[in-house]
Design a binder for this molecule. Structure first.
Ligand code: HEC
Ligand code: HEC
Ligand code: HEC
Ligand code: HEC
Ligand code: HEC
Ligand code: HEC
Ligand code: HEC
Ligand code: HEC
Ligand code: HEC
Length: 373
């Protein structure tokens, strides 16, 4: 305490004191930096970047094709893997000579780190366990060369953190990922109400591929565990279409699920019946459009054909009735008024009955009093 006071009184000493503090701070800073995982991995990476850091580093194969071997480490530095080194992923490269290293480097195994309760802090991936059961992993197991592994969807050195993208950017990016292999479906989806809202109006409320199919859980559409299975799909549409919060602003009622559930088709579906109509049988799957779009399956010009898939005798008359019938909405026409009439009839009857019971009780009490007197 005292020595500090002396220093403060003496200008020259004060200067030395300042320099010392500065030196102390700098050395702590340098020390922690040298020990930071980023710097450690950057040092390790230099051993690889001597060759792979050259932008024109490529390999000519015997068949004339060219393989880029340049690695842009600034992409890696921006990725969530900035703290791990080349060795951590390409862990089968152990020996490096002046000419390079072993040929036929193994594919990177992301699940070496990404598993439940891993010690390196890779985001928990019970997701990995889910992926094991997905159609994509099952196809990989069968040896399908076109099925995606982790890096087909996520990329390699340019992986991005989920949080660094807005939900709009993420939804768009996901459709591009799936489009790499499911281009035909992407092309249809892009022109649907959901796809056109996403791409043309930058609307992030609409579903991208994974909102309906899941991310790592994707199953074949005819697998009863799939989120788009015939008896499950209405619940998947319902994630959004039952939400008043989402649909208020579009002037579309959020009662589509409730009304479906109480319709003939909906009741049958809840009993596990697959042959009845689900949301997609009437609206389409990847080509869903509003009713006033001439290409919509529920457009008046097409609806007879749509019902006709399953009701061969359907005619214009058959399709007239409202499908999403909500007796509590005025636009349900006579049903609304009839339902209203019966509601009031019931209420008034109960009211009159109650009065009747009370009067009766009152009369009996009076009678009893008269007798006891
Ligand atoms: C002396 C130069 C040199 C160094 C240093 C070097 N590499 Fe290579 N690397 C090569 C050459 C050459 C090839 C092409 C091998 C072949 O297929 O013939 C290659 C290929 C690869 C491939 C496979 C590319 C593919 O898909 O076929 C990977 C992955 C790779 N290197 C990673 C690394 C990592 C990680 C390090 C650091 C631990 C490293 N390399 C250090 C020269 C080098
Ligand atoms: C997060 C894991 C990860 C890290 C860290 C990583 N790589 Fe890769 N790298 C991959 C994946 C994934 C591939 C694609 C091939 C595959 O599936 O194995 C790849 C491919 C490559 C290739 C082949 C050419 C290409 O771009 O496809 C080279 C060369 C390479 N890496 C070198 C490096 C070097 C050098 C570093 C360090 C600066 C590094 N990698 C760090 C995952 C990683
Ligand atoms: C050596 C261990 C290791 C390997 C191998 C590895 N990762 Fe990671 N990964 C991590 C760690 C640790 C983090 C968390 C980094 C952080 O949050 O600072 C991470 C983060 C991620 C994230 C970001 C998650 C988020 O927050 O959005 C993704 C995506 C990811 N890894 C995918 C992959 C893929 C795909 C591969 C294979 C190409 C792979 N990882 C290989 C250790 C690894
Ligand atoms: C069919 C494409 C696909 C495959 C294959 C895939 N993923 Fe993902 N993954 C996604 C999508 C889409 C997301 C969500 C958006 C995002 O974070 O990029 C995601 C998210 C993640 C996340 C980060 C966020 C979180 O929720 O924790 C990690 C980590 C991850 N995946 C790791 C893996 C690993 C490891 C594998 C391989 C076992 C794998 N993924 C296979 C599509 C895929
Ligand atoms: C609004 C929900 C929804 C969205 C968004 C969606 N799908 Fe689908 N998808 C479904 C339903 C429902 C089925 C099942 C159709 C059936 O039963 O015939 C399906 C079936 C599939 C199938 C298998 C059947 C086939 O036709 O080959 C694939 C592959 C597929 N979707 C990929 C995608 C891709 C890729 C995207 C994004 C571009 C996407 N889906 C977006 C609901 C959706
Ligand atoms: C690297 C290519 C590749 C990528 C990327 C990819 N898939 Fe697939 N997918 C396949 C293959 C191959 C199959 C199995 C064969 C088939 O049924 O088409 C498949 C099957 C499916 C199926 C089951 C098809 C059925 O018959 O029901 C769905 C659903 C699906 N993928 C959705 C997606 C979605 C959503 C994405 C994006 C998150 C995606 N896929 C990304 C290649 C890919
Ligand atoms: C991620 C949320 C989400 C999911 C899941 C979803 N939708 Fe939508 N859907 C929307 C939004 C938001 C709109 C409104 C777009 C607009 O009109 O601007 C919409 C619009 C529609 C429309 C057009 C309404 C009109 O007249 O304009 C129909 C029909 C529709 N969806 C049916 C479905 C069906 C069927 C499913 C399931 C197979 C489904 N949606 C799944 C969010 C979703
Ligand atoms: C039997 C055929 C059929 C089924 C099943 C069906 N719909 Fe509809 N849907 C229609 C018809 C017809 C209309 C237009 C007239 C109406 O509202 O009844 C419509 C209208 C809609 C609208 C637009 C309403 C508006 O205000 O523009 C949405 C959104 C919608 N349905 C979603 C769904 C969802 C979600 C499901 C599944 C829970 C579903 N539909 C099931 C036939 C069907
Ligand atoms: C995917 C097939 C499918 C589609 C599409 C479909 N339905 Fe149905 N619907 C059924 C089945 C199955 C039943 C059960 C009774 C039967 O076999 O007729 C049923 C029953 C009904 C019933 C109740 C009783 C009866 O037998 O008449 C009505 C009303 C009905 N559907 C109207 C419609 C209308 C209107 C449409 C078009 C907007 C439509 N359905 C589209 C499969 C479908």
């Amino acid at each position: 305490m005292r020595s500090i006071r002396i220093n403060l009184e003496n200008g020259k000493l004060m200067g030395i004191f300042k320099v010392n503090i500065l030196f102390f701070i700098i050395s702590i800073f340098v020390f922690t930096k040298l020990n930071s995982p980023e710097l450690y991995s950057q040092n390790q990476n230099q051993k690889c970047l001597i060759c792979h850091g050259k932008p024109d580093f490529k390999l000519k194969n015997d068949d004339g094709s060219v393989k880029q071997l340049f690695v842009n480490d600034s992409l890696l530095a921006r990725s969530p893997h900035s703290k791990i080194s080349c060795y951590d992923c390409h862990n089968d490269i152990v020996e490096i000579t002046a000419f390079g290293h072993k040929k036929n480097v193994n594919k990177v195994q992301c699940t070496r780190c990404h598993y439940e309760n891993n010690p390196v802090g890779a985001p928990e991936t019970e997701k990995y366990l889910e992926f094991q059961e997905s159609v994509h992993q099952l196809e990989l197991n069968k040896g399908n060369p076109n099925a995606p592994n982790c890096q087909s969807c996520h990329g390699s050195h340019d992986i991005v953190k989920r949080k660094s993208l807005s939900s709009l950017e993420l939804k768009k990016k996901i459709t591009q990922i799936c489009a790499k292999c499911h281009l035909d479906i992407y092309a249809v989806y892009k022109n649907s109400i959901h796809g056109s809202e996403l791409f043309e109006k930058n609307n992030a409320d609409v579903p991208s591929c994974t909102d309906c199919h899941g991310e790592h859980t994707i199953k074949k559409h005819d697998d009863p565990l799939s989120s788009v299975y015939e008896t499950k799909i209405y619940g998947t549409c319902g994630e959004c279409h039952a939400s008043e919060k989402i649909f208020e602003k579009y002037g579309i009622k959020s009662d589509k699920i409730k009304t479906y559930e109480s319709s003939y088709h909906g009741i049958a579906v809840q009993f596990g019946e697959k042959t009845v109509a689900n949301c997609a049988s009437c609206h389409g799957v990847h080509d869903i459009r509003p009713q006033d779009d001439p290409a919509s399956l529920i457009n008046p010009a097409n609806i007879v054909k749509t019902c006709g898939k399953c009701h061969p005798d359907a005619n214009a008359n058959y399709t007239m009735g409202k499908i999403h019938l909500n007796p509590h909405n005025e636009d349900s026409g006579s049903i609304y008024y009839i339902s209203g009439f019966f509601k009031w009839l019931t209420l008034i009857t109960i009211f009159l009955l109650a009065i009747h019971v009370m009067l009766d009780l009152f009369r009996k009490l009076k009678h009893k009093k008269a007798l006891t007197k």
